[in-house]
Structure formats: structure tokens, C-alpha cells
Design a protein around this ligand. Structure first.
Ligand SMILES: [Zn+2]
Length: 471
């Protein structure tokens, strides 16, 4: 396969690796050459040529943290304090396994069309989701939930320490191991499985350490919600007399094997410590902004030498699985937090969605940039959309800021994973988008009816505004 693009953003080197009128040569799923068209055109005979004469060609985007199984709850849970309780709380018990799968399919199609090629799904019972992602042709790094705290927590006050149910811990660990055995390395190596202690407060110290050992023996990573907020801090202080980051450090958890997600409640010093220990961070700007009204200390993390990937998290919070949205919010929020427009420039944020994201989640040798030896995961973006026009290339260049600050994802034309075209002229080729949207709608009606009572009983802001006819 030969991809000819007017503007390549290879992500090679320290910046975006811009090449004008460039080509990417792919053989059996792997990139064999990248460079100027004039130099490569005569060298190769291609079976398939993708012409991108008005396009940017860049690596596929990496969404490192997602709960796609909640996608049917899109738009139902925002604008409230205490999101777990008042936001998603009334709805989650009504999501059946079929509804979770229908939501996951919807989210895969949504994100794929917007240029996501690596999917970091994190959730319960992911076998069917893995099967679907294998069929859709995407790359995925999935994580099972491991927890000892029961789902049903009514009757506990905010300062009461949670009970642990060791049977639940054993069951969820066994499920994550089974997921690993079935899917790690499957779909020609496109699928990988990580281990997911849900948070430092959701497991006993003993089980946390056991899961780390289980993951280490299998040569895979841990993916843990960390410093998520007051609830977690109260639990960890109550049990161990210290804050979550210090607790994880005290048990030797902070190292290269660990991906921490959120750090919502971490101080800049705590974030820097996590980075210095070699752990990596996943930043979910849209989700944490909407759910908590907070900008996590990603700048301190990066300044301490840490790697950061981006994540869309979930639709009942962030409302969408779209890395273009995530890039813009990440740049904006961090500029606002720092009160400094020079931090998080567009080119750095684009690197976080591509090469830095890939390195963060352990895929830096395989994807994240367009260079020989890597798997051919790439997208083309049509720059003729009004919001991406006009284009300047010489001597000043505006393509990267336009992608980060203006693009919405619908400008993505072609999506390739492992050298296979999954989306062509904005249309998904591998799965049936219309039936997936219809199926999601059918399940949503059922979930909506089942949840009426708990939605009204909880009586959050949305229930009030709807009763008053404002929303
Ligand atoms: Zn999460």
C-alpha cells in the first residue's frame, strides 16, 4: 500500500515531523518507508494507492482510557456534584450485559470515525467487546475491573470505611486472568490485556500486591484509577493514615509497570513523585472537567519527566469519545490552570494523542508515529473543510493548530489499522454503522424505562430541571 499525502505529520523526532508531499509505504501491515513522494514514487510498485492530495496524513490517535460500555448513558449524568451517586448512580444498575455491549459498539464506531485507532477500554466482562473490536479491525488495549468493594454500597456514610469482599476480589481477578489468556496477543497481536485494580481504595493491600505480581509474571501493565478525589483519600487515610500516592509509593507500586489514570486530587508534588518513579499518566481532560470541575496536574507530571496519554473516559461524563475534542480541551484547560498560553502548545498535545500516548501505554515501538518498522496505523484528514482552511505551509505553518483547535473529527477521511482500510471517505467498512446505532437506540429505551424510578428518587439537578421543564 502506498499513501500519498499533501502534508505528512510523521511525529518522528522531537516535533511533528512535517513532510510536504510525502508518501508512506506499507507492506503486510508494516511501514517500510516514509519520505518525500519524489524520492519514493519510483521505488515501489503498489497494489493499493491512497491519494490524499488535500489532506494531512498522521498516525492514528490513541485513546488510552475509555469506559465504552457506559456509552448508552451519554448525556444523562452531567451537571451534578457527586457524579457517582447522583450522575451515573441511578442508571448503571439497569445496564445489562447486552446494553453494555451495544454501547461499546456505538462508541467504537464513534471514535473510529473520528480517527481513534487504539482503544483503551476498561470494564467488566469484555470478551464480547474484544470479539467486536477484532472484527472491526481496531487496535485495543483492554483492562478488566478488579475490586473487592461490593457494588451495592447503600447504608454507608461518606466517612465509613468500605467493607472488602475477598470472594469478589478473587472472582474479578480470575476474570481478568481469563481475559488475558483468551485475548492477549489475539487478532494478529492487535489486542492486549492489562490488569485493572479499580483504584487503591477498592482492594486490600494484599490483593493490590498480588495483582501486581500476576501482571509482572505475564509481562503486562497495571492500569489503576488513582487520586480520584475525596472519597478515595478518606478511605486510604482511614485505612493507612496516608494519602493515596504516598500509600502506593509505600507498597512499591509506583514504577514502570503502572499506568495511573486521572490524578484528579493529586498535588503537583504528588504528580511529580509518580512521574519520577517511572509510572505513566493518562489524562482525561473532558471527563474530569465535566465530572469534577478540575484540571489534573498533568503539567507538573510532564515537567518531572513523565509521559502522558489522553483518554476520553466515558459518555455519561465527557459525553463523547473523540480525541480531537480531548486535544483541544487538554490544551485549553492546562493553559487556564497555568494562566499561561505558552504551555501545552498544539504540537505537544498532538504528540500526546499519538507518539507520547503510544509510549505511555507501552506501544511506543509499534505505533504512534509514521516510521519504518512500525505498524501502519494512520489517518487522513481532509483539510478542505471550512474550519481547517486556509492552509499555510511556507514559511509559517498552521496545520497542527487547525487540527487541535478547530477539527471536530468529522474531517477524518480514511482510517487504516495494520495496513487495512477500516474507514474510507468517512464511511466504516468493517461493521454496519446503521444497525449499531439502531441497536443502541433500542437498548436505550429499555434502560430509560427501567431507570425512571431511581432517577427520580435520587432527584439530582437534571431530574429537577426536567420536572420544571427547563431541560
Ligand atoms: Zn475510568
Amino acid at each position: 500500500m502506498l499513501v500519498r499525502g499533501a502534508h505528512l505529520l510523521t511525529m518522528q523526532g522531537e516535533g511533528v515531523g512535517y513532510v510536504a508531499d510525502g508518501a508512506v509505504v506499507v507492506d503486510r501491515g508494516r511501514i517500510v518507508a516514509v519520505g518525500a513522494w519524489a524520492e519514493l514514487a519510483g521505488e515501489y510498485e503498489a497494489e493499493q494507492v491512497i491519494e490524499a492530495p488535500h489532506h494531512a496524513v498522521l498516525p492514528g490517535l490513541i485513546d488510552a482510557h475509555m469506559h465504552m460500555h457506559l456509552a448508552l448513558l451519554r448525556g444523562l449524568a452531567q451537571d451534578t456534584r457527586n457524579w457517582m451517586l447522583y450522575g451515573v448512580g441511578p442508571f448503571v444498575p439497569h445496564l445489562t450485559a447486552e446494553a453494555r455491549l451495544a454501547g461499546s459498539k456505538l462508541a467504537v464506531v464513534e471514535a473510529l470515525k473520528a480517527g481513534t485507532t487504539t482503544f483503551g477500554e476498561y470494564g467488566p466482562q469484555l470478551e464480547e467487546t474484544c470479539r467486536f473490536m477484532a472484527e472491526a479491525g481496531v487496535r485495543a488495549q483492554v483492562t478488566g475491573f478488579i475490586r473487592e468493594v461490593p457494588q451495592e454500597m447503600s447504608g454507608f456514610g461518606p466517612r465509613d470505611l468500605y467493607p472488602f469482599d475477598p470472594n469478589l476480589g478473587e472472582k474479578t481477578l480470575a476474570e481478568n486472568i481469563a481475559l488475558f489468556e483468551q485475548w492477549h496477543g489475539a487478532a494478529d497481536g492487535r489486542l492486549r490485556v492489562l490488569f485493572g485494580p479499580q483504584g487503591p481504595d477498592f482492594l486490600s493491600r494484599e490483593l493490590l500486591l498480588r495483582v501486581k505480581e500476576v501482571a509482572r509474571e505475564r509481562g503486562t501493565l497495571l492500569h489503576v484509577h488513582t487520586a480520584q478525589g475525596e472519597r478515595e483519600t478518606i478511605q486510604i487515610e482511614g485505612r493507612y493514615g496516608t494519602r493515596p500516592v504516598a500509600f502506593l509509593d509505600s507498597i512499591g507500586y509506583l514504577d514502570e509497570q503502572l499506568l495511573v489514570v486521572h490524578l484528579t486530587d493529586a498535588t503537583e508534588e504528588e504528580a511529580a513523585l509518580v512521574a519520577q518513579r517511572g509510572a505513566r499518566m493518562i489524562l482525561c481532560s473532558g471527563s474530569i472537567g465535566i465530572i469534577d470541575g478540575i484540571v489534573p496536574p498533568a503539567r507538573a507530571f510532564r515537567e518531572a519527566g513523565g509521559l502522558v496519554a489522553l483518554g476520553s473516559d466515558q459518555a455519561p461524563g465527557n459525553n463523547c469519545h473523540n480525541l480531537f475534542n480531548e486535544m483541544k480541551l487538554t490544551a485549553l484547560f492546562n493553559k487556564i490552570r497555568a494562566r499561561n498560553p505558552e504551555v501545552f502548545p498544539a504540537w505537544q498535545v498532538l504528540r500526546m494523542a499519538t507518539i507520547e500516548g503510544a509510549r505511555t501505554i507501552g506501544l511506543g515501538d509499534e505505533v504512534g508515529s509514521l516510521e519504518p518498522g512500525k505498524q501502519a496505523d494512520l489517518i487522513t484528514v481532509d483539510l478542505r473543510h471550512p474550519a481547517l482552511s486556509p492552509i499555510y505551509t511556507e514559511p509559517m505553518r498552521n496545520i497542527v493548530p487547525n487540527l487541535v483547535y478547530s477539527a471536530r473529527g468529522n474531517e477524518v477521511d480514511t482510517v487504516v489499522v495494520d495496513g487495512r482500510v477500516l474507514v474510507e471517505r468517512g464511511r466504516v467498512l468493517t461493521v454496519d454503522e446503521a444497525s449499531i446505532v439502531a441497536e443502541a437506540q433500542q437498548h436505550a429505551e429499555f434502560v430509560g424505562r427501567r431507570a425512571i424510578e431511581s432517577f427520580q428518587a435520587v432527584g439530582g439537578p437534571n431530574a429537577r430541571w426536567q420536572a420544571e421543564g427547563r431541560l
